[in-house]
Write a protein that binds this ligand. Structure first.
Ligand SMILES: Cc1cc2nc3c(=O)[nH]c(=O)nc-3n(C[C@H](O)[C@H](O)[C@H](O)COP(=O)(O)OP(=O)(O)OC[C@H]3O[C@@H](n4cnc5c(N)ncnc54)[C@H](O)[C@@H]3O)c2cc1C
Length: 487
């Protein structure tokens, strides 16, 4: 069993050098996931000088661990959106998701991209909450969606009641994105890896000076496609969003039943098939939870394994940002020339692709009917905010737990905590008895960190930042390392 996503394991991709001098561009795209690469692709047909920088390696962030479904049936999101935003905006969201699927299809078609794209049926079902299923069916019928009903899946499994569409897709997200990267390179876009943007400042001419660890990039427009835009909104989490984490396994099966499915109540169960030239895999995702609530990764993976009898070939986990009004934040920040795309509520294959189109349309001064819907400047909805205490409390609970009890049950014999030079440090001792020392404080909101025995990382139990054993930041919110130095 491999502890890596099947997409990353199969991918052969180019590598790119680190930024090695100061440069000037029209557009700087920060972040090499689906949002950043889609934006670069849409800008690549114009005359603008564009570059994309990635702090680690391209396509190794959240996008590398998705299940790769392209569908507009996203649990029962439409009944929830109606409560928050009314019918018109909800219908517009539905249109946007259909359009995102068209955009991806048309890019694949016109560039003849080989990315295992398959048209499949997309099911939403539930064993218990029949009322919510019926509510969603009624709404989607009102919106004119061609829904079919069924009480069994194509595998013959009984699921009480479900609805499905026949025009959804699954694909290999990283094969798709690496083709976009190749096309962008051919069209003159420059990519840099191992280049982290740590600050953005406006100069007197209205340009932005974006500082990386070593060099500066001067840009007229900056696209922040970093999943969690920490250096702009350190407090997006926990006040406007929380992290949802899930666990996935892929195992070989005999037949590709050509459907994907998801239920609507916890524990979320999601599945799809993936067929390469050699084998057919079924994916099984479950155990989704607010990241702050369940921090014991060994137990979380164990719960995944208990769901199936089959031995998994691949196992991995992933987390995504869920916003408090269930709409992504995509677009221009106030009147500036800084743009963001984030908060996809676990539907980033469509929303990240759409973000690329919306942001490039904004930069190129083109019309786009979804600009207002996803505007990052929309007001924090106080009603939703009051419904959001679970996220706030769970962050606060984790924060207190790390400070007060130190949660001994989370730590093994290979992990120690000490004070060095007056600072709290965490020490991990590797197989060769070598000590790896880090500052044990998350730069985001000062939670103490816990050691993740499965993935060998230091994780923040409050908001999900992750660092490698030597303190290098792997995932946000925090953009900063926790590398220990003796000075
Ligand atoms: C379990 C799970 C399953 C999912 N399955 C699906 C699905 O089937 N269909 C679907 O539509 N969506 C799915 N999603 C959601 C989707 O995977 C994400 O929403 C999407 O991949 C997010 O893409 P991104 O480009 O915003 O982030 P990322 O892919 O994380 O890209 C951001 C990049 O920015 C880089 N970066 C960060 N900070 C800096 C910096 N300071 N300087 C330079 N670079 C930086 C990071 O290293 C990273 O590579 C799923 C999510 C989860 C959690």
């Amino acid at each position: 069993m491999k502890n890596v996503s099947i997409w990353l394991d199969e991918l052969e991709k180019k590598s790119f050098k680190r930024l090695d001098k100061d440069i000037n561009v029209d557009v700087l795209v920060v972040g090499g996931g689906i949002t950043g690469i889609s934006t670069a692709y849409h800008l690549s047909t114009g005359d603008l000088k564009v570059c994309l920088v990635e702090k680690n390696k391209l396509m190794e962030g959240v996008t590398s661990r998705t299940t790769g479904k392209l569908t507009y049936l996203q649990e029962n999101i439409y009944s929830k959106l109606v409560n928050y935003h009314g019918r018109n905006k909800t219908k517009l969201y539905l249109d946007s998701q259909k359009e995102a699927i068209k955009i991806v299809n048309s890019i694949i078609d016109s560039n003849k991209i080989e990315c295992n794209l398959e048209k499949v049926s997309s099911y939403v079902f539930d064993y218990d909450d029949i009322e919510s299923i019926e509510e969603e069916i009624k709404l989607l019928n009102d919106f004119g969606v061609d829904l079919k009903l069924s009480d069994v899946l194509p595998t013959g499994d009984n699921i009480n009641t479900s609805y499905f569409i026949e025009d959804s897709y699954v694909f290999h997200p990283l094969k798709y994105l690496s083709s976009l990267v190749n096309i962008c390179c051919d069209r003159g876009i420059k990519f840099y890896e191992d280049t982290k943007i740590i600050s953005i400042e406006e100069d007197d001419d209205g340009y932005y000076i974006c500082k990386s660890d070593d060099y500066n990039i001067r840009a007229k427009y900056v696209v922040i496609a970093v999943h969690y835009p920490y250096f702009l909104f350190p407090f997006l989490m926990p006040f406007k969003a929380y992290l949802e984490k899930s666990y996935i396994e892929a195992f070989k099966v005999e037949k590709n039943y050509k459907f994907s499915a998801i239920n609507i109540t916890k524990p979320i169960i999601s599945t799809r098939y993936y067929e390469n030239n050699k084998d057919i895999y079924q994916f099984y995702l479950t155990n989704s939870h607010n990241y702050c609530v369940k921090n014991d990764e060994e137990k979380n993976f164990e719960e995944l394994f208990q769901c199936r009898e089959e031995e998994a070939d691949y196992v991995w986990s992933n987390k995504d940002i869920v916003t408090n009004d269930l709409l992504p934040y995509i677009g221009r920040i106030n009147d500036s020339n800084i743009f963001i795309g984030t908060g996809y509520n676990t539907w980033g294959m469509t929303n990240g692709s759409l973000a690329g189109k919306i942001i490039s349309d904004l930069i190129l001064d083109r019309k786009n009917r979804y600009i207002e819907l996803f505007s990052p400047n929309r007001k924090l909805n106080i009603g939703n905010f009051l419904k959001f205490p679970v996220a706030l409390w769970s962050s606060a609970y984790s924060f207190i737990k790390t400070k007060v009890s130190k949660n001994k049950e989370w730590y093994s014999d290979r992990v120690r905590f000490e004070k060095r030079n007056g600072k709290n440090v965490g020490i991990y001792i590797d197989d060769d008895n070598h000590e790896h020392i880090v500052y044990n404080l998350c730069p985001h909101m000062k939670c103490s960190l816990i050691f993740n025995e499965i993935e060998k990382t230091w994780d923040c139990p409050c908001h999900g930042s992750r660092f490698d054993i030597d303190g290098k930041s792997i995932e946000g919110p925090s953009n900063y390392d926790i590398t220990y130095s003796e000075e």
